[in-house]
Write a protein that binds this ligand. Structure first.
Ligand SMILES: *Cc1c(COP(=O)(O)O)cnc(C)c1O
Length: 400
């Protein structure tokens, strides 16, 4: 039986929680009771799942399962140490070499998560006296990395390269080093950063250029090689952060770049230095994911993902929904008030479709939405089922 805590030092949490509740900021996560698939069971109900980041369906791929099991038999359940001391196994090295070849860079370094990769890298590279030009819709892990670095943070407006150039003109010369950092694919809107123009600005103003490929890994570029491959910017981006957690179906983040950069991060990136290495099963499954992407199957999966994304987006538009500026498999259905977004998500779930509502403060107050993410695993029937539910509920709520 649980022993109740007898002190009341955390009594203030009642008030804090109540205040969150009143503002509508409380998470009550649904429970997934099946595998993470296109049709999955959440809270006892089978639904068409439009909420996972399992873009290519790799979380359940037979080759990944097999690789994870083999690694457990051969190397055990855990790494038993941090990477710099005794936790770097042959598997970790193999993964980093494979990733470097896949990305077409000199070297990579794998972190426990994409979050840790952003945090550790930004914090290591810049500090007091330096400046970070950070796109206003950057992911929280970039924002936290920027804050930890103690560098000056200058935000620039979403995808506005002219505003960025102007800010650089006005401020760049006041600082020592400068870092330009942006998401490649924005996770709430599904639009893509103008990386070519940003690469030009980085050259013009001598900015270290870092791109977060969390939602681009396995999605953009040849066989999912990412945004740099998509735009043909090889050699012009200093730091590519990627994730193994989303399309690659496992868990982890990595930094891809020069040998020098990786050597430096090994000395300086705190999450990598101070937190235990990935267990063998995770690393082996990630290796299998890259092997799948490099095989003909990988190209097919990415193609299917895009086919599904294009179909779903155009049908939502045809029904009269506002999908904003989305260009990727992330398609928001923008409905305005947070009340509308909550109601739409709730009714969709009742109709057998799971799409998460996204409200302030994750997006602007008047831009609340339901976010949909299609995967390569969805069949045409799944997508049509979801579209019918959107049509029915959209009409019922007067949204279309
Ligand atoms: C999900 C995400 C991350 C974090 O990646 P994890 O591997 O899940 O920790 C970082 N940046 C962006 C833009 C993301 O969407």
């Amino acid at each position: 039986m649980a022993t109740p805590i007898k002190t009341n030092r955390l009594g203030f949490l009642d008030q804090e929680l109540k205040s969150l509740e009143e503002q509508g900021f409380v998470w009550r996560p649904r429970t997934l009771q099946s595998e993470q698939r296109a049709r999955a069971v959440f809270d006892g109900k089978e639904v068409v799942n439009l909420s996972s980041n399992n873009y290519l369906g790799l979380t359940n791929h037979p080759k990944m399962r097999e690789a994870a099991k083999r690694a457990i038999d051969q190397f055990g359940a855990g790494a038993g140490a941090v990477r710099p001391i005794a936790g770097t196994m042959t598997l970790h090295r193999e993964l980093e070499e494979k990733l470097a070849r896949f990305k077409g860079v000199e070297a990579t370094l794998v972190f426990q998560s994409g979050f840790a990769a952003n945090l550790g890298t930004i914090q290591a590279l810049v500090g007091p006296g330096d400046v970070i030009y950070s796109e206003e819709l950057n992911h929280g892990s970039i924002i936290d990395g920027c804050r930890l670095s103690k560098a000056e943070i200058i935000k620039w407006p979403h995808r506005d390269v002219d505003a960025l150039r102007q800010l650089c003109k006005e401020t760049r010369q006041k600082y020592r080093r400068a870092l330009l950092v942006t998401d490649a694919v924005f996770s709430m809107d599904g639009d893509i950063a103008p990386l070519r123009e940003l690469a030009d600005i980085a050259e013009e103003f001598d900015l270290i250029f870092m791109v977060d490929d969390a939602h681009a890994s396995g999605v953009l570029g040849r066989a999912g090689r990412g945004s740099v491959d998509h735009f043909g910017l090889h050699g012009r981006v200093d730091i590519q952060m990627g994730t193994l957690s989303k399309a690659l179906g496992v868990m982890g983040g990595y930094i891809a770049g020069s040998k020098k950069l990786i050597e430096f991060l090994i000395q300086k990136a705190r999450p990598w230095l101070l937190s235990t290495a990935h267990p063998p099963a995770v690393v082996a499954a990630a290796i299998a994911a890259i092997e799948i992407l490099e095989s003909p199957e990988g190209e097919q999966l990415v193609q299917k993902l895009w086919e599904n994304a294009r179909y779903f987006k155009s049908e939502l538009n045809r029904l009269g929904f506002n999908t904003g500026a989305s260009e990727t498999p992330i398609t928001p259905v923008i409905v305005g008030s947070s009340h509308n977004a909550r109601q739409l998500a709730k009714r969709l779930f009742e109709e057998g479709v799971f799409a998460q509502e996204i409200v302030f403060p994750m997006v602007a107050r008047d831009k609340a939405r339901v976010r949909t993410i299609v995967t390569a695993m969805h069949t045409k029937e799944d997508l049509d089922f979801a579209l019918n539910a959107f049509k029915k509920v959209g009409k019922e709520m007067g949204l279309i």
